[in-house]
Design a protein around this ligand. Sequence first.
Ligand code: N1C
Length: 284
Amino acid sequence: MENERFTIKRRKTRCCLIMGLCALILLVILAISLWVAFSHKQYNSGDSLKETIISRCQTFIQNNRTSSAYDCQKIWTVFEQAFVGKDPCNVPTDAYDSLINTIIQDPICNKMLFWSKTKHIVHEFTEKRNCFQTLEDTLLGYIMDGLTWCGKEGSNETFTTGCPSWNDCVNHTVKSFWNRASAAFAEAACGDVSAMLNGSIATPFTPTSIFASIEVKRFNADKMRSLTVFLVTQENDGKSCDDPSLKNLQKELDPKLKYSCVSVAKSTIQECISHPDTACGACW
Ligand code: N1C
């Protein structure tokens, strides 16, 4: 009797041990699969960023019949070197110097358009009408527009998710790119230059914007003749060309530059977008 009880107890213990071992093995398998899936996803995000950049680069070259001297694979490699392996909050603007020098493109004088807080309407306009060229209408801006990317210290991976937000740090990976690219675009500005600003916000010329803090400061009066501000307004909603922030803009400009400002209703721009045969000058 005693013996039988002992055997049952031993069987129970063995059973528990086997079940515990099975659970442990299952747990290890689960952990390994999760790790593989997670790291695969991260590699994938880097892979898809590479695909996006190379395919946008090729599309731009085809559509714009831009010089085939641009090597899209090389552009990706130079781009990657700017941030891979670095703390995503510690990528200074000059990290993108090589990229800027690789993609250097001749400016189209008298057509360059800068903008601030008017991105949507500006691109709706430049997509349909061939009146202006924004940074996003150049190879560099076209490739990077709307993308998110960052690296990680001690890793050779590229991430498109889990990157810090724009305002988290000064030397933010993506912010540094736009600061550097915008600086180059503004330094190249030539002839009669335009800027579309938002007349529906409190300060159309916002000091913290890239336009105010980077671009205007780099305008070169030896290359430029004038700056025309198009102040985009909604139905009678406020700001006019007399707005104090625009006075500040005027003060920042080299006095050799001719400055003018035109208030344009958003509906007028939309009208112009839908009538592509009207001359650019007749839009407002
Ligand atoms: O800060 P902003 O505007 O004044 O910057 C706009 C200004 C333009 O004239 C462009 O030449 O700076 C250049 N620029 C871009 O071309 C660009 N494309 C996409 C700046 N930012 C750009 N982006 C994204 O828009 C960028 O990720 C950042 O978040 C916004 C800045 O827009 P804004 O504040 O309206």
